[in-house]
Design a protein around this ligand. Structure first.
Ligand SMILES: [Zn+2]
Length: 399
């Protein structure tokens, strides 16, 4: 359906597909704080702002349309009332573009000490001071309503994708029941969007059923959760494909927690539109950076006399002004180097997908994808992995 435009307008979100390449969609999503060009990588500001990057960096140097903030961190410290009294997270962070917040559930499972989980919600101890809290669907909505994010995520029951047996189905069904409680508790339907999260592990039937159940709730967007947790890569992309097959075509689709360049490309080509991960900034702090030819560890001796940019052709501020040799030299003793590496990594992922989007609009998406994968695995002795070839076959792209 090349060129077919589809538009959904459920205030406060408008999603307009401008053009397609096979399964891939170049779209514009309009939210209360402006347009978001999709497919989009959303960088994660764990405790509010981005580590090592200011809000001005994010808008002026990186041209980021939307950032993610972790609800768990924000409500432990500084607490949602401080944000509410400042007029919401946008004002608190000095960020006037869009914000997506998670429900807090995933962070509890990964960081906090989980005490118990039952039908009412999850009880846990803060990883900061051991205080006890209970998070329910209603409480998650209350916090996210006060924070004032443009997109809020429903509280879901997350199980690792390597889980098998009846627990996977139980978690999927509970996620649907909790979604209904979130819908009932959401107070700002005129200015905040609620997305549901598809669960079901790597079981195609459960994923399909979850897509059908949640689609019937007619939300403004849907996420695919519970992936990127150590599952087989063929299970990973196949699950994304099943979900993009069964989710509504006219709504944005968000794959949660993925941040490898190859995963973003594969999922975008399969028909997903939004992604988030802390990987870009976290890995920068260890001196690992994205390049056109795969990731490199800047600490390696070979870069001491390398006067090229971090990544050939990269238009970011770091690559326009600094060499690998300088960045390696300053890496160990200068905080500003971490800032420059984070800036490059976030810019790289945002503009990798923006480039794909432009290629869809220009009818050159197949070439863009082929060049990306061939370059990215150029120095990898194994070449392009088989799982990527399998996924791309579904997208009618030969590698
Ligand atoms: Zn760069």
């Amino acid at each position: 359906m090349p060129g077919q435009q589809i538009q959904t307008q459920n205030k406060p979100l408008m999603f307009k597909i401008l053009k397609r390449f096979n399964r891939c969609r170049a779209a514009e999503m309009t939210l209360p704080h402006g347009p978001v060009r999709t497919p989009v990588y959303m960088p994660v500001g764990t405790k509010g702002g981005m580590k090592g990057l200011t809000s001005e960096n994010m808008s002026e140097l990186i041209d980021c349309d939307i950032m993610l903030s972790n609800t768990y961190h924000l409500f432990l410290k500084p607490g949602e009332d401080i944000m509410a009294s400042m007029g919401g997270l946008h004002k608190f962070e000095h960020w006037d573009r869009n914000i997506l917040t998670d429900s807090g559930g995933f962070q509890i499972v990964s960081l906090g000490e989980l005490n118990s989980l039952d039908e009412s919600g999850v009880s846990f101890k803060s990883h900061i001071d051991g205080r006890e809290f209970k998070l329910t669907p209603e409480r998650s909505m209350e916090i996210q309503n006060k924070i004032g994010s443009d997109i809020m995520m429903a509280l879901d029951d997350v199980v690792p994708p390597t889980t098998t047996g009846p627990r996977v189905e139980e978690a999927m069904e509970r996620s649907v029941r909790w979604l209904d409680r979130c819908i009932a508790a959401h107070k700002n339907t005129d200015r905040q969007n609620l997305f549901g999260i598809i669960q079901g592990g790597v079981n195609d039937d459960l994923r399909k059923r979850c897509c059908e159940l949640m689609s019937a709730r007619n939300l403004n967007g849907y996420a695919i959760g519970g992936l990127a947790g150590g599952e087989d890569k063929d299970d990973f992309w196949r699950t994304v494909k099943v979900c993009t097959d069964f989710l509504p075509d006219d709504k944005p689709r968000y794959v949660m927690g993925i941040g490898y360049a190859e995963d973003l490309m594969v999922c975008s080509l399969l028909g997903a539109d939004m992604f988030d991960c802390v990987f870009a900034t976290r890995t920068a702090r260890f001196g690992s950076v994205f390049t056109k030819y795969g990731m490199i560890k800047l600490k390696k001796e070979q870069y001491a006399e390398d006067f090229g940019p971090l990544s050939e052709g990269c238009q970011c501020y770091t690559c326009q002004n600094y060499t690998r040799a300088y960045l390696q030299h300053t890496f160990r003793h200068d905080q500003s180097c971490l800032h420059l590496l984070s800036l490059h990594n976030v810019h790289y992922l945002i503009h990798l997908l923006r480039g794909l989007r432009q290629a869809v609009l220009d009818d050159s998406a197949e070439k863009y994808a082929q060049e990306f994968f061939r370059n990215y695995y150029r120095e990898d002795k194994g070449g392009i992995p088989q799982w990527i070839r399998n996924a791309m076959a579904e997208c009618k792209i030969e590698l």
